[in-house]
Design a protein around this ligand. Structure first.
Ligand SMILES: [Zn+2]
Length: 380
């Protein structure tokens, strides 16, 4: 693993209180403490340096219209103002649905994710590393809302890097769901490598093996029940070597937390140790790293993972135990889905590591990806 990009970087944390103060409402999976809980936990672990914190700005409509359609942005703003939408527009723009409900802040909140990712691109460009905590809306499409995502901040991160003169960008998606919005924008751009591991046969039912493009679009649908060893093998034998060969000038990582075993919206069984290890290794593969948050629907597993991500960007060795304040905070989180939280989440920042053997499906997947992307891969 190359070490050349490891040193002399400063990391910046970009976020906003808008994620605490706006709510998808009801029993929507995103109606849980996530970003605010992570910010609080980072502070409670004494990993928050005020000089490294940047408040994410709200992106202006004129910027949003450089990717999203004019009429869609206008309708989104209007629906937020009026707090209603008529049936025709609801059908056309996929707004006012159970997945993408009307709520106060439905425009400003995702526009803040976009503003945060644009600023994160600028800080990563200047200082090496940036974490847009509140970004990661990888399903957002040009002219409609999709999968809880009303806009697509990651597209704007790539666009901002381009404006700053960065050409070759590797985008790595750690979310349990395939990044259909990002792929719709960049799957044919030869200078954007798209890398995604996601649960097979799960919404949005894209990112299939046959959609791979040699050494450029690497989509790995992993089978339900996959664990750390499966994901790590996929990265070791396919993704790391392919990214290294691509020689990206910048790396964007969508750090969704829904691959974790405690997440209610996937059937994957990863622990946070595995995702932390992946991020640590990815950080060595490009001179600039932009990290975002993403999916993740269990307040405890999400906030622990993203807090650890911030520690990794700052080269802080992760402790097993919380500080007293961190523990208090974790114990006080609440969730409408579960009265009782898995006690392991309360006692330690790190998930319990359980050793499983690699799945036959993973070995088969690696072999098939090896054939598709043969220029860069080792054979197991
Ligand atoms: Zn997801």
């Amino acid at each position: 693993m190359p070490q050349r990009y490891y040193f002399y970087m400063t990391s910046f944390l970009i976020s906003s209180d808008i994620y605490r103060n706006t709510h998808y409402g009801g029993k929507h999976p995103l109606n849980i403490p996530r970003v605010g809980a992570t910010l609080d936990l980072i502070k409670a672990m004494s990993w928050c340096d005020e000089a490294k914190f940047i408040t994410a700005p709200i992106a202006k409509p004129s910027l949003l219209k450089k990717f999203h359609s004019n009429d869609y942005v206008n309708v989104l703003i209007e629906a937020d103002e009026k707090q209603e939408i008529d049936k025709n527009q609801s059908n056309k723009y996929n707004l006012g649905t159970p997945s993408n409900p009307i709520f106060k802040g439905m425009y400003k909140r995702p526009a803040t994710s976009v503003g945060g990712s644009v600023v994160a691109a600028e800080f990563a460009f200047l200082h090496g590393r940036a974490f847009n905590l509140g970004g990661g809306l990888h399903h957002g499409l040009v002219n409609k809302a999709n999968g809880f995502c009303y806009l697509n901040d990651l597209v704007f991160a790539i666009k901002r890097f381009r404006e700053l003169g960065i050409r070759r960008i590797a985008y790595v998606d750690l979310d349990a769901h395939f990044c259909d919005g990002v792929a719709s924008a960049f799957s044919e751009d030869p200078d954007v490598m798209l890398v995604s591991a996601h649960e097979a046969n799960r919404w949005p039912f894209q990112g299939k093996l046959e959609e791979n493009f040699p050494d450029k679009n690497l989509y790995a649908p992993i089978s339900k029940g996959s664990t750390d060893i499966d994901l790590e093998a996929l990265f070791e034998y396919i993704f790391y070597p392919a990214i290294e060969n691509f020689k990206p000038e910048a790396l964007i990582v969508q750090g969704g937390a829904d691959m974790l075993k405690d997440d209610p919206l996937s059937r994957l069984e990863m622990t946070n140790n595995c995702l932390w290890k992946v991020l640590s290794k990815l950080a060595l593969l490009a001179p600039k790293l932009l990290l975002t948050s993403g999916g993740g629907y269990n307040p405890w597993s999400v906030s622990r993972l993203w807090t650890g991500f911030w520690a990794i960007l700052n080269d802080i060795e992760l402790p097993s135990l919380y500080t007293d304040e961190g523990r208090r905070l974790i114990e006080n989180l609440r969730w409408f889905r579960k009265d009782k939280v898995n006690p392991n989440l309360l006692s330690s920042l790190k998930d319990e590591q359980i050793c499983y053997g690699i799945k036959q499906e993973t070995l088969d997947l690696i072999k098939r990806m090896n054939v598709i992307h043969k220029s860069s891969i080792q054979i197991i």
